[in-house]
Each structure stands twice: as C-alpha cells, then as structure tokens.
Ligand binder design. Structure first.
Ligand code: NCD
Length: 478
C-alpha cells in the first residue's frame, strides 16, 4: 500500500469548514505553498474557466484576493457586487439566480447577508460554490487563511493555545475558526467583549461533535479570572488530556503564563447588532489590543492575528511589531484561494501522506423534513425570508432527544421545540391522535421517521391532534 493518498476536490463546494477533512485542508495548504513559490507559472491552470464573483455585502480582501487568484490562474471573472443592481432586488429567489449564474460560470464565489444563503446557491448552481461569508454564520476561506498562517508560523496547530478576542457572537470568521481549531486539536480560549459571547448553538456543536471539554468562567480557578485578560471560557481538546484545566490541581493561569500561541482579534460586527445591542453601546467596553496588553511574558511569542478590517480594537502601533500577522494573513489569501479554485475546478489534485487523516469523524443525525409548520427561529436565516420560503422546505437535524433539539440545516441555529406527536397513531383513530410535550418520555419513544414536531399547540390542533393528558395537566398548572 502506498504511503500517499490522492486528494481530489473536483466539483465539490465549500459552504462550511466541515466540508473539508483535515487531510483535504493539508492538501490545500501544500498546493498553496506551490502556488506561492511559483506564482507566475500558474497562468495556464484555469485558462478558459470563468469564476462568478457575487458580493452582496462589503468586501475588500476576500473579493479582490479571489479575483486576483482567478486572474493568476489564467481564468476570467464576472461579477455582481451590489444586490440592488441584480434581479434579487426585483424579488427573485436565490435559487433562480444560482441556476442562471451556474449556467454562465464554472465556479461561483458568494457573499450574502442571510445565514445559509451559500448553501442554497450550492444546492442549485450545479457548479462548485465557495462561501465567502453568509451573514454571521461562517467564512470558511478566511479560516483557511488563518490556519495556513498559524501552520506556517508554528508548523503545527495541535496543542496550541489560541485566544479568540472581541465579537465572538457575530464574527463569522470566529465561528468557522472555532470548529477548525477543534478539528486540528488546538486549545481555545474565549475572550469575548461583554455581551458578545460565543452563541450557544456553536458551543453545543463544539462540545458534542468535536469532543473535549468546555470550562466556563464560573468553574475557572480564581487566578485565571483576574489574570492576563478577560477570559470567559476555555475549550480543551480530547487530544491533549494533560493540558490546561483537565489536569487536577493545575493553575490555568500558570499554564497560560507559559505562553499564548496566537491572539485572534476581531472588530465589533456592528452591522449585525440588534437595535437593543446598538443602544447598549457595546463598543464602549470593547477591549483594545495594544503593546501594553501584550507586554507580559505570556505574549512574548504570540501571533497577533486579525481577519481585517480593523476599527479601534487593534492599535496601529502593533503594525511594526514582528508578532503581527494580519497583513501576512491577507496576503496569503491569494495563493490559498488559487489552490482552492484549482482543486474545486479539478485543474489540480494533490498527494498527501496517508497518516494525515481526519481527526474528527463527522456525526450523522436523523433529518426532520416534515411539513408541520416548524420554521427556523433565527430571523437572519435564509430559509425564512419571504422570497425563499416559496421553494425552500425547512429541514432540521435532530441533534438531541433530551431536550429535543433541532438544528437548521441552513444557518445551523439550534432550538428546542415544545410539542411532538407520532405519525403512527393507533389505526388512525382520531381519539388517539394525541400530541405530547417535547419533554415527555414520548420524545425518545417515537421513532425519528414517525416524529411530528410542532412549535405551538395551535399548530398541533390545526393538524387534528388533541392534547395528551400530560400536556393538559401542564396547561392546567399554568
Ligand atoms: C471579515 C468578514 O467579512 O467577516 N473580513 C474578511 O473577510 N477578511 C471580518 C470582518 O468583516 O470583520
């Protein structure tokens, strides 16, 4: 058996970072090295191919590096950068746009404010689609630039201590990066600005699908709380059981003092704040990274990273500091995106050592597709927008039975619906067609394929179901 495996990504799409295995990411990095070392020799790699660049939210680096990458590969670019100048403004659904653009171009890069929009484009375009940011959901190619930079500077990602700083709630680069770091076995320190903590659905996916443990603020030792920086939680990967908090009697603070490998700073994503959050002036308490903060020994070799653009959270005085990586991260976007485009178009394949295999096995869940009126609870999800509900059928992964938890397949937000029933009621007699509370034992008893889920009693009753005695007792209690 050969010690190498051939990695091909031909005709695949990149919607979330989960779409790539560790081996595929390593393959991409090795091709990016080749692209970077021989930039001027790549001009025939994608000759004759067309990339559609659709950017319906502001962008400098991502769009221009994708377009530069395609030009450097000898391909051509068509673009639309203003939603108001496309037929989406006339009420066209994303799926129709995707079908049409997919018939013009060989590959599509899309940035869109709705969470899950890139998945819809990938579902309908018929050509490879790259998510260049879908609202606050994910931004997988930024994550690839971030990982590539860490790998280049530190040779490995496994076991590193990486602090994520600032807006961990709405930063899509943060969400993709969290899963990627977990995939590669890094320890993550969460340092959110107040009110901008990592969303619960991200934490749940991290702990249930990527293993490891989350030590929250309340359980951290006293010194960690008052320590180097505002620490909210630490995620410790299973590959490093001796690390950080999992070792009994170890001071987290002492561990942290031994050095933070990277500090990943983000700006407040103000454009995604709710009206209430805008009123709270969250930026006023937003922590700033400057030379003073980084003067302690723990930051002596820290890579200071930022996806850019920066606003006020990262001092300009850091630019000349050798620890600063953000302009390198941006520059590496070109060879990295050249490698990605070439792989997805099937213009390149890469061999990698066999031992670089996937660190995490993908978890399979039953999918709930039944039309029982359940809608995603995230107001920014593509699946509930008026133009899209005409053709998108809501779909959810059943990620937990107790409490019953659904995860939208588009935006990945999770929620806990309140009522359930079985499609397998006794011989169809209406008097036994009952609905139950989702927290009753029925939720685990009913087979996934028979499960009917409701978000309100009204919906259950509208479909001819009557409350079971448990539901009745509960409503009498209220
Ligand atoms: C990021 C984005 O668009 O999410 N920018 C980028 O692509 N480099 C980060 C940000 O806008 O803050």
């Amino acid at each position: 058996m050969s010690n190498e495996i051939r990695v091909s990504l031909t005709n695949k799409s990149l919607v979330t970072i989960d779409d790539l295995s560790n081996g595929e990411i390593e393959a991409l990095f090795s091709l990016a090295d080749v692209m970077s070392d021989s930039m001027n020799e790549q001009i025939d790699v994608c000759r004759g191919k067309i990339m559609a660049s659709l950017f319906f939210e502001p962008s400098t680096r991502t769009r221009l590096s994708f377009e530069t990458a395609m030009h450097r590969l000898g391909g051509n670019v068509i673009s639309a950068v203003d939603i108001g100048a496309t037929s989406l403004a006339k009420g066209e659904g994303i799926a129709d746009m995707a079908r049409v653009v997919g018939s013009y171009a060989d590959i599509i890069v899309i940035r869109h404010p709705w969470e899950g929009a890139a998945k819809v484009v990938a579902d309908y375009a018929g050509v490879p689609v790259i998510n260049a940011g879908d609202g606050g959901h994910q931004h997988p190619t930024q994550t690839l630039c971030d990982l590539y930079t860490i790998k280049k500077e530190r040779q490995t990602i496994k076991g590193l201590k990486i602090a994520l700083w600032g807006d961990l709630k709405y930063g899509r680069t943060i969400h993709s990066l969290i899963f990627a770091l977990a995939k590669f076995g890094a320890n993550i320190l969460f340092c959110p600005s107040s009110g901008l903590e990592v969303p619960e659905h991200v934490i749940k996916k991290l702990t249930t699908e990527y293993g490891g443990e989350l030590e929250r603020y309340e359980t951290l030792d006293q010194t960690a709380k008052g320590g180097l920086f505002p620490l909210d939680a630490i995620y410790i990967t299973p590959s490093q059981p001796h690390q950080l908090a999992m070792m009994p009697n170890i001071s987290i603070q002492a561990e942290l003092k031994s050095g933070i490998d990277a500090l990943y700073v983000t700006r407040p994503q103000r454009e995604r704040f709710t009206t209430t959050e805008q009123g709270q002036e969250l930026e006023k308490s937003y922590p700033v990274v400057d030379k003073k903060l980084l003067k302690s020994k723990a930051f002596r070799k820290t890579l200071v990273m930022h996806p850019l653009p920066r606003v006020d959270e990262l001092a300009y005085e850091m630019d000349a500091d050798p620890r600063s990586m953000y302009f390198k991260q941006a520059a590496r976007g070109v060879p990295l995106r050249m490698a990605l485009i070439a792989l997805l178009l099937g213009a390149k394949e890469v061999s990698i050592p066999r031992e670089i295999d996937s660190f995490i096995q993908k978890k399979e869940y039953a999918v709930y597709k039944r039309d029982s009126g359940i809608r995603c609870s995230n107001p920014r999800c593509v699946s509930i927008q008026e133009t899209e509900t005409k053709y998108i059928k809501p779909e959810f992964k059943i990620v937990n039975r107790k409490p019953l938890t659904l995860r939208c397949v588009y935006c990945e937000h999770g929620f806990e619906p309140k009522y359930i029933a079985s499609s397998d009621w006794h011989e169809g007699r209406l008097d036994s067609k009952k609905y139950h509370s989702a927290d009753s034992h029925w939720t685990r008893k009913i087979k996934p394929e028979n499960l009917i889920i409701f978000d309100s009693e009204d919906k259950a009753q509208a479909m001819g179901f009557k409350p079971s005695s448990y539901v009745r007792a509960q409503s009498l209690e209220k």
